[in-house]
Design a protein around this ligand. Structure first.
Ligand code: RB5
Length: 151
């Protein structure tokens, strides 16, 4: 799978580790930065990952900032993106099963590399359940039309 990764300075180190972990697992990495510890703004990287997923350039996105929260809010502003902050195996599994998340966001100041890797592994190993969850996800997608002013 091609996976877009992005982070701000707070998430840089964990993003590098997760990119290496994913590459070892045979995935192709689209690294959208940041490239070091210098202060940057997380919305720029959340948007870049979101656009990569929404355009089909990558199938999945992985975002890291200090908490995973800010970068997820930014990614979720891109139409077609369902970004979920996950903290562990269970939240990662449910983000796929119930929400069909296509961007996984992690907080480098909240979870360590092993927990983050386990969460990503769980996400990748889980199947979207669809069924009763599909209508709810469709309702989320419909909100994008509200935002565009469509009826
Ligand atoms: C950067 O200091 C921090 O605010 C950012 O990484 C993130 O946690 C925002 O949600």
């Amino acid at each position: 799978m091609r996976i877009a990764v992005g982070s701000d300075h707070a998430g840089f180190s964990l993003k590098q580790e997760l990119a290496a972990f994913l590459a070892e697992g045979g995935h192709e990495i689209e690294d959208l930065g940041t490239t070091g510890d210098e202060r940057v703004d997380y919305p720029d990287f959340g948007a870049a990952v979101g656009r990569a997923v929404a355009s089909g350039s990558s199938e999945l996105g992985v975002c890291v900032c200090g908490t995973g929260i800010g970068i997820s809010i930014a990614a979720n502003k891109v139409d077609g993106v369902r970004a979920a902050v996950v903290h562990d195996v269970t939240s990662a599994r449910l983000a796929k099963e119930h929400n069909d998340a296509n961007v996984v966001c992690l907080g480098a100041r909240l979870v360590g590399p092993e927990v983050a890797q386990e969460a990503l592994h769980a996400f990748l190993a889980t199947t979207w359940q669809a069924g009763r969850h599909a209508e709810r996800v469709d309702k989320i997608t419909a909100l994008e039309h509200d935002r565009q002013g469509a009826t």
